[in-house]
Design a protein around this ligand. Structure first.
Ligand SMILES: NC(=O)c1ccc[n+]([C@@H]2O[C@H](COP(=O)([O-])OP(=O)(O)OC[C@H]3O[C@@H](n4cnc5c(N)ncnc54)[C@H](O)[C@@H]3O)[C@@H](O)[C@H]2O)c1
Length: 360
């Protein structure tokens, strides 16, 4: 089998910790080229992983004969880099959040259609044990009608890359809703069959700028040569209340800092069954499915299949590239997530709900 050549744009935390090591584990795949504006980091990563070509200009990376590109740059660059990569004949795995606006998402999908290139969004929770167990059950109708959905990702005092692009609105597009809320939103939208958002009401707060500390991500050893500017003009907490096309209601909350419990969790309420997905880091609180059997209320704690989320995500992308098959992340799901986040921010800024479609 001919070697599949991959290029990576942005050689920071996610590239160094998960993507390059995952690619190394897949037979017949090579990380051939990397690009980063930070020359010191570029050299460090190139030497550490033995990568053949390094570029400070990501457009030059697209001129090489690589087959696929993984986009791991600051959020505001994702759309342009994905579009140019597909136009130059490369398949794309793009880090979350896929882009900042629904217009950018439409442009990405239109180019994917024209170029017939694969476009996958990096949402590792799709490969979690709970997603593997619950998705087939929900698709078979075992939960009935899902009418209430909660998704939450909360931190106490942890702002990622405080003062770097993460906290610069122009480069990040937003704070925790864009950064981590997006993971939980994607998970519940995927599990519940991609309902479309119709009415969105959101709020956001900036209360912890001066109190919070750097959140430990990206890991310090991956920040070689980074020069934080110290700016923070994004929220530290945002939440949204969304009426979906199925009639269901979704509540989502995300914080980088606050006086609250912490962790990531989600719940789905269905007419036949419901589920609570507590923080996967907490072994004391397993996933529980709530239903009724023979007139008796029952809780089921499903056995979780093993999951190596980031590796499985990469293996899936490579399989899609090799077999020319559509990825697990469907455009309808991606669009719903992008529109919800866009709507939460717009509503938070105007103080008014965002109405995308007249609701029944
Ligand atoms: N899927 C996940 O669980 C997960 C986890 C962390 C980060 N991410 C996403 O991955 C992306 C990168 O995050 P990170 O944590 O690795 O951040 P990071 O700051 O560690 O890395 C980003 C890199 O991009 C480089 N960069 C900036 N401008 C560039 C340009 N014009 N061209 C090329 N490179 C440029 C920076 O120098 C930096 O090295 C973000 O979109 C983030 O949301 C996803």
């Amino acid at each position: 089998m001919e070697k599949l050549k991959v290029g990576i744009i942005g050689t920071g935390g996610i590239a160094q910790l998960t993507h390059i090591p995952s690619l190394k584990r897949i037979e017949g795949v090579e990380t051939t080229a990397i690009a980063d504006v930070n020359q010191e980091k570029l050299r460090y990563v190139g030497e550490k992983f033995g990568i053949r070509y390094t570029f400070t200009d990501w457009e030059k990376l697209l001129e090489t004969d690589i087959d696929a590109v993984i986009i791991c740059s600051p959020n505001a660059l994702h759309a342009e880099q994905s579009i140019k990569a597909m136009r130059s004949g490369k398949d794309v795995l793009c880090e979350k959040p896929v882009c900042l606006t629904s217009k950018e998402a439409e442009d990405i999908f239109s180019v994917a259609d024209k170029t017939k290139k694969i476009f996958m969004a990096a949402f590792p929770r799709r490969f979690s044990g709970e997603a593997k167990v619950l998705k087939p059950m929900i698709d078979r109708g075992e939960f009935g009608e899902i009418y209430y959905i909660k998704a939450s990702y909360l931190r106490r005092r942890g702002i990622p890359g405080l003062g770097t692009w993460f906290t610069d609105k122009k480069l990040a597009g937003g704070g925790p809703m864009m950064d981590v809320g997006v993971h939980m939103l994607d998970l519940v939208i995927y599990l519940s069959g991609a309902p479309e958002p119709e009415i969105i009401f959101g709020t956001k707060y900036e209360k912890f700028k001066d109190k919070a500390t750097d959140g430990g991500w990206p890991p310090l050893e991956t920040r070689v040569g980074d020069k934080p500017k110290g700016k923070m003009d994004v929220e530290d907490l945002a939440c949204g209340f969304v009426k979906l096309s199925t009639g269901a209601t979704l509540f989502v909350e995300a914080s980088w800092a606050g006086n609250s419990e912490t962790g990531l969790k989600a719940s789905l309420f269905g007419t036949l069954a419901g589920v609570s997905m507590p923080d996967p880091q907490d072994p004391q609180s397993p996933v529980r499915i709530f239903s009724e059997n023979h007139g008796v209320l029952t809780d089921v704690v499903p056995f979780m299949p093993p999951s190596d989320m980031y590796y499985e995500e990469m293996a899936h992308f490579i399989e899609c590239v090799r077999k020319r098959k559509g990825p697990i992340t469907k455009r309808r799901e991606i669009m719903a997530v992008v529109k919800i986040i866009e709507g939460i921010y717009r509503s938070a800024e105007t103080g008014k709900p965002v109405i995308l479609k007249s609701s029944k």
